[in-house]
Ligand binder design. Structure first.
Ligand code: CAA
Length: 258
């Protein structure tokens, strides 16, 4: 975790904090950022002592999009053969819960990166949008799909077709973000939420995440069936015994993540 150039990785107990660090480019997401974020996140995902991964940027920009200067000279075959952006999908596939703490610009790939995370917290300065159309392109890291699922067709279509942005308040109203907090509190609040998640049983949190994510992939009947199977499965964990015993004994649970 020491050899990254475009991100910073810190550990705070069971929480890992990953900070995008290309300030001069407003954290534009070039291929190096993609490789480093994905590698760091997958390494943290393999670490049983990490219970939540927080992804953040700077006060001014979570990320102002994919790197336009890097993309500009590419042709179709370059994009196709290198399967441009596909590695980002792996961020959505990690099992450990992830949280995006968004301040400032979350545009294009920045908005898509935030939407690849499980929990999305915004500061009151956050600005979201998919302005690719203004560059003569379309979203490429899942924006047209995840934004539509998050906020519905009406807003997604308007944002993708006009490139207009929405502020944090509109994003919360539309259901894109779970909460808006004052800019100065964003990181503190994000870490508090992350510590809460990381304090839960990790395998059970993974199953909760897996079950919610399943709703985007399947029918209601199949999704409920999937949830029921996992619900039954948690009764194989020591943490279910501990959590329910602790409630009965009127004490705080001590989860062992087993
Ligand atoms: N790619 C590359 N460089 C970027 C960038 C991006 N997406 N966004 C900002 N930068 C660079 C600027 O070029 C500038 O660099 P120089 O100092 O070398 O000129 C530096 O970051 C600071 O940016 P600005 O001077 O533009 O800062 P500002 O405060 O005036 O404006 C902004 C901020 C409105 C966010 C503006 O930078 C902007 O519009 N950025 C592009 C937003 C965008 O179109 N994002 C979508 C990209 S395409 C995409 O993401 C495809 C996809 O789906 C994956």
């Amino acid at each position: 975790t020491d050899s990254y150039e475009t991100i910073l990785v810190e550990r705070k107990g069971r929480v890992a904090l990953l900070t995008l660090n290309r300030p001069k480019a407003l954290n534009a997401l070039n291929l190096q950022v993609m490789r480093e974020v994905v590698a760091a996140t997958e390494a943290l995902d393999r670490d049983p002592d990490v219970g939540c991964i927080v992804l953040t940027g700077s006060a001014k920009a979570f990320a102002a999009g994919a790197d336009i200067k890097e993309m500009s000279p590419q042709n179709y075959l370059d994009m196709y053969l290198s399967d441009w952006f596909t590695a980002w999908d792996r961020l959505g596939q990690v099992r450990t819960p992830t949280l995006a703490a968004v301040s400032g610009y979350a545009l294009g790939g920045g908005c898509e990166l935030a939407m690849l995370c499980d929990i999305l917290l915004a500061s009151d300065t956050a600005v979201f949008g998919q302005p690719e159309i203004k560059l003569g392109v379309i979203p490429g890291i899942g924006g047209s799909q995840r934004l539509t699922r998050a906020v519905g067709k009406a807003k997604a279509m308007e944002l993708c077709l006009t490139g207009r942005t929405m502020d944090a308040e509109e994003a919360e109203r539309a259901g894109l973000v779970s909460r808006v907090v004052p800019a100065d509190d964003l990181l503190g609040e994000a870490l508090t939420v992350a510590e809460t998640v990381a304090g839960m049983s990790l395998p059970v949190a993974m199953m909760a995440k897996e079950s919610v994510n399943r709703s985007f992939e399947t029918t209601l009947t199949e999704g409920v069936r999937f949830e029921r199977r996992l619900f039954h499965a948690v009764f194989a964990t020591a943490d279910q015994k501990e959590g329910m015993s602790a409630f009965t004994e009127k004490r705080a649970p001590k989860f062992t993540h087993r």
